[in-house]
Design a protein. Structure first.
Length: 180
C-alpha cells in the first residue's frame, strides 16, 4: 500500500460490528495460524508476562508450562490474560501494509489438567505432545510424564485487525463469551 493510501486508510473511522459467528471464525483462524503467545499472571500487585507455545482448538488454548513464577501465580489466582499477535516487520521507507496486523487479547481462567484424566489426554492430543520428543530422539510417553498442562477457555476476546476496515468493520472487535 503506498503511503498516501495508508494514511487515508489509517485515518478512516469505521465502526461496523461483525456478527458473533463471523468474529468467532476470524479469531479461530487467527489462533490456529499462530503458535506463540504471552501469558500474563499476577501475584498481589506484581505482574508476570511469559512467552509460551500454545495449541488451539477453536477458541480454547492448551499449553504445557514448566514450574516457576507463572505456575505459582496461577495456583493462587487462575485469572489469566493472553496476547496472541502475528509477526510483521515494518519497512517505513517502502511502506507497510499495516492491514496485515492481527492480534487477540484474551481474558479467561486457566485450568490445571490432572494427569490420567480424559481431559488431560485430550490436551496431549491437541498439543501434539509426541512431536518435540520424537524430533529429539526421546520417548514421548516418558518425557511427558508429570508435565503440567493447562487449558484456557476465554471469557472475552478483544480482536484487532486493521484489514477489517476494508470490509466496513471497525478494526477492534470484542467477543464476549458466556458459559465458560
Amino acid at each position: 500500500m503506498v503511503t498516501n493510501e495508508m494514511a487515508e486508510f489509517m485515518r478512516a473511522t469505521v465502526r461496523g460490528e461483525m456478527t458473533k459467528d463471523e468474529l468467532h471464525q476470524r479469531i479461530v483462524e487467527h489462533l490456529a495460524s499462530q503458535s506463540m503467545c504471552v501469558i500474563s499472571t499476577c501475584s498481589g500487585d506484581i505482574p508476570r508476562a511469559t512467552p509460551i507455545e500454545y495449541y488451539s482448538e477453536g477458541l480454547t488454548l492448551y499449553m504445557t508450562v514448566d514450574p516457576g513464577v507463572k505456575v505459582d501465580n496461577l495456583r493462587k489466582n487462575q485469572r489469566i490474560s493472553i496476547g496472541v499477535c502475528n509477526n510483521i516487520r515494518p519497512d517505513w521507507a517502502n511502506g507497510v501494509d499495516w492491514a496485515s496486523v492481527r492480534s487477540a487479547q484474551i481474558t479467561g481462567v486457566a485450568k490445571f489438567l490432572v494427569e490420567g484424566t480424559p481431559e488431560y489426554k485430550h490436551a496431549l492430543e491437541v498439543y501434539k505432545y509426541w512431536i518435540f520428543p520424537k524430533a529429539c530422539g526421546l520417548d514421548p510417553e516418558v518425557i511427558n510424564k508429570g508435565r503440567i498442562y493447562i487449558k484456557v477457555e476465554p471469557e472475552k476476546i478483544e480482536y484487532m485487525e486493521f484489514a477489517l476496515k476494508r470490509r466496513g468493520y471497525g478494526s477492534r472487535q470484542v467477543l464476549e463469551l458466556t458459559g465458560h
